[in-house]
Design a protein. Structure first.
Length: 110
């Protein structure tokens, strides 16, 4: 698991390297708060992107990897416009939407 310092350094390296967004592939968001305070590019994580996509969804199939592949192999690509994808796929899809729409996170310190 990444420490906050390592995650912050990775986010800074991504921004300096010209990346459009920083995607954290850990559902428990161990470094996201540090990354949000350090960079201006969109920062996304698995848990928030999963929850935001699920808002308003009528059908959720909890599962990763095998279940997603099984469903896709049988031809199901979307449900009412919501794509069938695993959590890492969702994370990168959400980052793409943020960048495409030029959306930026705001973070208010508690």
């Amino acid at each position: 698991m990444l420490s906050e310092q390592a995650g912050g350094e990775a986010a800074l390296a991504a921004e300096r390297g010209g990346y459009d967004a920083f995607a954290l592939g850990c559902f428990y968001d161990p470094t996201l708060w540090a990354a949000r305070s350090l960079v201006d590019i969109p920062r996304v994580d698995l848990s928030k992107s999963c929850m935001l996509l699920a808002m308003g969804a009528e059908v959720l199939i909890p599962g990763d990897g095998f279940l997603t592949e099984f469903v896709r192999r049988h031809g199901l690509r979307s449900v009412d416009g919501a794509p069938v994808m695993d959590a890492p796929g969702l994370l990168f899809h959400y980052a793409t939407v943020l960048e495409r729409d030029r959306l930026r996170w705001t973070h208010r310190k508690a």
